[in-house]
Design a protein around this ligand. Sequence first.
Ligand SMILES: Nc1ncnc2c1ncn2[C@@H]1O[C@H](COP(=O)(O)OP(=O)(O)OP(=O)(O)O)[C@@H](O)[C@H]1O
Length: 344
Amino acid sequence: MTEAHSQRPGVEIEFRSVTKKYPGQDTPAIDNLSLTVPAGDICCLVGPSGGGKTTAMKLINRLIDFNEGEILIGGNGVRDVDITTLRRDIGYVIQQVGLFPHMTIESNIGVVPRLLGWSADRIKARAVELLDLVRLDQNFAKRYPSQLSGGQQQRVGLARALAVDPPVMLMDEPFGALDPITRNEIQDEFLKLQSEIAKTVIFVTHDIDEAIKMGDKIAVLRQGGVLAQYGTADELLGSPADEYVADFVGADRGLKRLSLRLMRDLVEVTGTDNAPSDAPTVKGSATLRTGLSVLFASGSRILKVTHDDDTATVIGTVTLDQLQDAVYETSPKAPTDVVVAGEA
Ligand SMILES: Nc1ncnc2c1ncn2[C@@H]1O[C@H](COP(=O)(O)OP(=O)(O)OP(=O)(O)O)[C@@H](O)[C@H]1O
């Protein structure tokens, strides 16, 4: 990636005791929310329908105003910054994409740069760069949104949000309308992109598995916009704060947690192939969960683990007992004596 793609990495976002109550409502939509998203992290907001995820996100770019507390971006209160400047520095991606149907893809990407008075040449050059960044062929530039698939439109939505290289990205169920295969692909690509551009991302999703995959941190909200737990996927799966979080992350949380560890981390390095020749193989980059399912499917009690690039080369072996131990090691504690985020 060239430097021009991103020169403004993410900055910290902090919610300080933020409360939002909509007019006419008895209970708040967001209740005394405090959490800090480190610069360059993806924070997934999950919770039940009506739990306040979208509200929390829209408070950041002030599409909605809060009643109490403060939200800081890079140490500056969102109310202390001119609203146009605030929003220019925050990319916004939504599920419905919201591309203008009568504009070409290039014009859609150029909407914010045009508002900022960029020259036509500069906008064109940026569109070329962004199409490349989101892996769309350059010949898409002159097409119209209706001529693109849903996944391609969502990539354009992402390109448009990144047009002026904002340090912060708000993404509201961005991949929610895509089929599972496209969704998986675009998630992978976004993670790869993020490892290069390091924006601070607030990512709203209904889907706990998407949150586990995408989030450096996950904030679980409960009805009424109360923070139930804030932590890494491993923390949530291993030590859910209470029954609510345990239910939310799923009864299979032990197995989900195995998805966070790789075979190569467990392998006993033997350097040579000392396993039976008919033992099944998996790559070192496979998750423990994949390894376990390969073992179950094969009926074997031992797996050979190979190099990622050279699957003929075995780097070691993992036994069913080792995988069982790993399940046990990672099996979640009962949701007791665990501190809820904010009470530590
Ligand atoms: N403009 C509004 N006026 C009054 N109440 C609102 C308004 N917008 C949202 N609410 C209420 O605030 C609460 C939180 O809504 P919000 O849309 O933030 O939840 P959510 O977690 O994003 O839900 P979903 O997953 O269904 O999108 C809900 O009870 C909702 O009915």
